[in-house]
Ligand binder design. Structure first.
Ligand SMILES: [Cu+2]
Length: 292
């Protein structure tokens, strides 16, 4: 007669899960209780992924999980491209030289002004000493945010560290553009369909057209038909999303539609940057979207 006992334990399990969920929900609000505070210590997100709401978004910290981003360049120039140099220091304090490529590259570097203008996605070269270098010119003066998106070989998932870098000169901040479902660049128009719902995987369908004609021969760029980076307005929390599948596996499309599943952490305004490649040229378009 084991059945009643098993049912009983199952019932206890349910209670425990409910209690844990209740604890997490309470912590997310302003009335966090002392008994559960350990659950939401920054940098100690629940490894089970069961409490995504309390996990810190990427890109907000210069150091995380023992890894530290060290910028070796003190400023950007608005006149000319100058070398931007950086290192990633590992848990033992020495520069990381071994990486697992993510989307064909060992490190993706995003540079954007803090008002979410001047977006650049570049790929530095790694020296034997662990120093990454890439020429970058700031399109205008102001405070820039640098994101390094990479996976050390000793780690099972990618990490995004962020640091600020100034470009000296007169700064004229640009207000965040109003939310829009279309964005254009170089004769291409991208239309976005879907809603961002905080804490939920939301489907965004981006449709690419050129001079009004749907583009169905997008080229793979860095092992995907599109790369979407979302930055939260106000603190530049970072999210990098790829479409389902890989080019050539039959589960992904070369256009005109590119489908992304995006989970933004909170309500608020986000600037979305889409990189796509057509006829051997990579283009970037940007949208403002509001979640919640
Ligand atoms: Cu990249």
């Amino acid at each position: 007669m084991r059945t009643p006992l098993r049912l009983g334990l199952f019932g206890l399990g349910l209670v425990a899960i409910f209690a844990a969920s209740f604890g997490a929900g309470t912590l997310a609000g302003p009335t966090a209780t002392a008994e559960g505070d350990h659950e939401m210590s920054p940098g100690h997100a629940d490894p089970t992924g069961g409490h995504a709401a309390v996990e810190l978004p990427g890109g907000l910290q210069i150091a995380e999980d023992g890894y530290r981003l060290e910028l070796l360049t003190q400023s950007l120039s608005t006149d000319a491209a100058t070398p931007l140099r950086l290192r990633v220091l590992g848990p033992d304090g020495s520069p990381v030289t071994a990486y697992t490529p993510t989307h064909d590259k060992d490190l993706h570097l995003i540079v954007v002004r803090r008002d979410l203008t001047g977006y650049q996605h570049v790929h530095p070269n790694l020296g034997a000493d662990g120093v990454w270098e890439v020429p970058v010119r700031a399109p205008a003066a102001g405070q820039y945010r640098v994101f390094a998106d990479f996976q050390p070989r000793d780690r099972d998932r990618a990490l995004t560290l962020g640091a600020d870098l100034p470009a000296a000169g007169h700064y004229e901040p640009v207000r965040l553009p109003a939310p829009s479902s279309t964005a254009s660049a170089d004769g291409y128009t991208v239309t976005v369909d879907g809603e961002l719902v905080p804490g939920t995987s939301s489907t965004l369908t981006l449709t690419v057209a050129r001079d009004g004609v749907p583009v169905s021969d997008l080229q793979p760029y860095l092992a995907a038909f599109g790369h979407l980076v979302a930055l939260r307005d106000g603190d530049l929390a970072y999210l990098h999303v790829h479409p389902d599948g890989h080019p050539g596996d039959g589960h992904t499309s070369s256009g005109p539609e590119i489908v992304f599943h995006v989970e933004v952490p909170t309500a608020g305004s986000y600037r979305l940057f889409l990189d796509f490649q057509h006829q051997d040229v990579v283009r970037t378009v940007a949208f403002t979207a509001v979640a919640g």
